[in-house]
Design a protein around this ligand. Structure first.
Ligand code: DAK
Length: 258
């Protein structure tokens, strides 16, 4: 997996897109390696996953334009299927994912960040969906996930204009959760991940599933879904320990994912 680095520390996985010489642009090999890293995080049952880009300049500057420029329709179809499969794999990871946006997040890079649960950005981060300027539509879910994140009107403005937006504007429109000085970004992401990792993992995963599935349905079905996930927590030792500790006025023992 040379195109993507995968590390685990303290139950938190860090996935780094590692092609800084091309601003971490996504070609087929990078996408395949990203898929392998995501599968590894799922298999390792880590409690949170950070996704970031190598180097100082970019999170991911998009799909690889040079590679796409010469694709045949058949190759474009395969590339599209691969990318969408991998991005759905990111989105469907059961544990929380945090995009650590350290620089350019354009096109497929913005879409990768949108596939994560939370986005933290450097003040240097730049977001955008410039695809229409290249004669294509966003293709890795941008039309869908951006509209769901910032609302239809702003998503249309961003996609139709192809204009970049800076971190301050991204924060104002809810595209990112928080913005940090570059040196503070990864420490903040690790701190957030550690905080999540310390909570009851079954409950965290159930909450993620309830939000992600519930947002696609009507409110009554969503509430029913929430109730079902809530009930499953009562089959866990972590629920027993969490509530018993509260009643006994003590700190819970570290949660065991059981
Ligand atoms: N693809 C390939 N190479 C890229 C790249 C990209 N997206 N972005 C940057 N690079 C390469 C540059 O070519 C350059 O390589 P060398 O010339 O050194 O060999 C190197 O990275 C450094 O870039 P620059 O020299 O351009 O650096 P600057 O600081 O001057 O500019 C920049 C940074 C981010 C403003 C600029 O590089 C830029 O505009 N890059 C392209 C950004 C962009 O347009 N991204 C969106 C790509 S389109 C679909 C699936 C997916 C998609 C669409 C459809 N379907 C399934 C239907 C996705 C599309 C996209 O993501």
């Amino acid at each position: 997996m040379t195109n993507v680095l995968y590390e685990v520390a303290d139950q938190v996985a860090t996935i780094t897109i590692n092609r800084p010489e091309a601003l971490n642009a996504l070609n087929g090999d990078v996408l395949k390696d990203l898929g392998s890293a995501v599968a590894q995080a799922a298999a390792d049952r880590v409690r949170a996953v950070l996704v970031t880009g190598a180097g100082e300049k970019a999170f991911v500057a998009g799909a690889d334009i040079a590679a796409m420029a010469t694709m045949t329709p058949r190759e474009a179809q395969a590339f599209s299927e691969l990318g969408n499969t991998v991005f759905r794999q990111v989105e469907r990871l059961p544990m929380p994912t945090i995009a650590v946006v350290n620089g350019f997040a354009l096109g497929g890079g913005c879409e990768l960040a949108l596939s994560c649960d939370v986005r933290l950005a450097s003040v240097k981060a730049v977001f955008g969906q410039p695809e229409v300027g290249l004669g294509i539509t966003p293709g890795f879910g941008g039309t869908q996930r951006l509209a769901r994140t910032v609302g239809i009107g702003l998503a249309k403005e961003i996609i139709f204009s192809g204009r970049n937006i800076d971190a301050t504007r991204a924060l104002a429109i809810g595209l990112v959760n928080s913005v940090y000085e570059p040196a503070e970004l990864m420490p903040a992401a690790l701190k957030m991940a550690a905080g999540i990792a310390a909570k009851a993992p079954v409950a965290v995963r159930a909450a993620k599933a309830a939000i992600n599935l519930g947002i696609q349905t009507d409110i009554d079905s969503g509430i029913a879904l929430e109730a079902a996930y809530f009930a499953t927590c009562f089959a866990t030792e972590d629920q027993t320990e969490g509530m018993t500790a509260f009643v006994e006025k003590r700190k819970p023992a570290p949660f065991q994912d059981k």
